[in-house]
Write a protein that binds this ligand. Structure first.
Ligand SMILES: [Zn+2]
Length: 195
């Protein structure tokens, strides 16, 4: 996963992009190099960076959906079986084909979900409430073995036991299917309104 992939959507905040990519923010990286020259050990420096970075992530005003999913940077960074592609980036950042996002950036004239009354279409809505995805939601609950929550969903994907890769890949496939459907519906709606 690279910063460039995460930055596929230029509107994604620096804080969320660094959290997802695991690439140390440049100022902390520089400070780390300075501390190394002051004869601190690599372990001390790494722990210092992680501590400051974690506090910054917790207190940031930006990337709050991503924070809800991934509050602990170390846990995310240490999860070796995760894979994040274009569709997962959209889901993890709430930046993408969601009408809530498109409305925010003036690409559509309402944030309302095409399928649900009085609901803004966001990643959270897609995951927890949208009437379009009853089946997918049931599959995600079955995979996690517990009720759905944003934090719980990603935590289940990151879990080490019993079969980490299967937990991640299973949920990944379902989330990609949902994201593709959101995009397809949005494009269909757009071409219909242009007729
Ligand atoms: Zn909906």
């Amino acid at each position: 996963m690279t910063l460039r992939l995460i930055r596929g959507f230029r509107t994604i905040s620096d804080d969320a992009a660094h959290a997802l990519s695991g690439i140390t923010p440049i100022d902390l990286d520089k400070k780390g190099k300075y501390l190394a020259s002051e004869e601190h050990t690599q372990l001390e420096i790494r722990e210092w960076i992680r501590g400051v970075w974690q506090t910054r992530w917790k207190e940031s005003q930006r990337g709050r959906w991503t924070y809800k999913l991934i509050p602990e940077l170390t846990e995310w960074a240490d999860c070796e079986h995760k894979t994040v592609d274009y569709h997962m980036t959209q889901f993890l950042t709430d930046h993408g084909c969601f009408r809530g996002y498109l409305f925010r950036f003036r690409h559509v004239n309402t944030a309302q979900c095409l399928y649900c009354t009085d609901a803004v279409e966001t990643a959270k809505h897609i995951l927890l409430h949208c009437s379009r995805f009853v089946e997918e939601r049931a599959q995600l609950v079955a995979l996690a073995g517990s009720p759905l929550s944003p934090r719980g969903r990603v935590a289940a994907m990151m879990a080490e036991n019993p079969k980490p890769k299967i937990a991640w890949d299973g949920a990944h496939v379902i989330i990609v299917t949902m994201m593709k459907r959101v995009r397809k519906d949005e494009l269909a709606n757009r071409s219909q309104s242009e007729l």
